[in-house]
Ligand binder design. Structure first.
Ligand SMILES: [Zn+2]
Length: 304
């Protein structure tokens, strides 16, 4: 369980945004919070914080800056068994470079399976989720979330975190644009937002919006972020995802999805060899992104 001292000074009322001095009641607006087995549940009730997302046309840039962001980081892909479930190597590299004592927020932390790994590196970790009932049984042994809350109304003061991480969560948000704006608010200037989202995975676990690379770029840009990298999971294609997550019949046949993807990739490689494309790496990433199961990103809140 989280050291309560860390919470002091960073939690804010999800309703009125004033600083919380207790996890039971807001001194300012009087909203009281439920307590689920010792787990603070900081949900807004009167929704005083109106959703006022500003859509800014001149921030929307599907041109050159998107093409610059659409590239693989130095390393990417599965971190393997020694690293937390879902954590991409590119995200791991960013987390590893944080100064000791940095504070990391994970949105949609599930069982809190990142916690031990993060705290062993000398960082503070706060994991949030909307409930504990949606967590896979095999992840529940990690202690669960520190705080239950709604990502659309993050109960934290602005400029609190050095890094926000969110894996396979954004597709489950009713208003992903608003959540990116919330993440931007709670990040310190220069802080990074790392994550990934479903693209061609089937509809699953009440997911709302699945995102292409351009969708991710627009979502981040509209919130004010500078997007450093957007890339598709290379092995995890939509063909594979549809077979694996389709239904009981498709699951044992998922080798067919793998075979179709292998044929797709081989065809692209052959074509690139024959055509000798000057822009081979961009072609490669676009061909992968077109049929990817998920899209990853690294974004930064500008220093100023
Ligand atoms: Zn309040």
């Amino acid at each position: 369980m989280l050291d309560q001292n860390i919470l002091k000074g960073i939690v804010a009322c999800p309703d009125c945004s004033s600083t919380l001095h207790s996890l039971k009641v807001c001194d300012n607006c009087g909203l009281s919070f439920a307590d689920a087995d010792g787990m603070p549940s900081l949900f807004p009730q009167r929704a005083r914080r109106t959703v006022s997302f500003q859509f800014t046309p001149d921030r929307s840039t599907a041109g050159a800056s998107f093409r610059e962001a659409l590239r693989y980081p130095v390393r990417s892909g599965s971190g393997g068994k020694d690293n937390p479930y879902h954590l991409d190597l590119a995200h791991l590299d960013i987390i590893d470079r944080l100064p000791k004592g940095s504070t990391i927020l994970e949105i949609g932390c599930g069982g809190g399976q990142m916690r031990d790994w993060v705290t062993k590196k000398g960082y503070h970790y706060i994991g949030t989720d909307i409930s504990t009932s949606r967590v896979f049984a095999f992840l529940s042994e990690h202690g669960g979330p520190d705080i239950l809350c709604d990502a659309h109304f993050l109960p934290f003061k602005e400029k609190t975190f050095d890094l926000v991480y969110s894996a396979a969560v954004t597709e489950h948000l009713a208003c992903p644009y608003l959540v990116s704006q919330e993440v931007f608010r709670v990040l310190k200037p220069g802080g990074r937002y790392l994550g990934n989202v479903s693209f061609l995975e089937p509809w699953h676990d009440d997911s709302y919006f699945h995102m292409s690379p351009l969708g991710v770029f627009e979502n981040l840009t509209q919130a004010g972020f500078t997007t450093e990298n957007i890339w598709p999971g290379e092995g995890y294609s939509g063909f594979r995802a549809i077979m694996k997550m389709g239904n009981k019949v498709t699951l044992p046949l998922s080798f067919i999805g793998d075979a179709i993807y292998f044929a797709y990739r081989s065809g692209n490689k052959l074509r690139n060899l024959v055509k000798r494309h000057p822009n081979w790496s961009i072609d490669r990433i676009e061909d992968t992104a077109r049929v990817a199961g998920a899209t990853d990103w690294i974004a930064q809140k500008p220093e100023h």
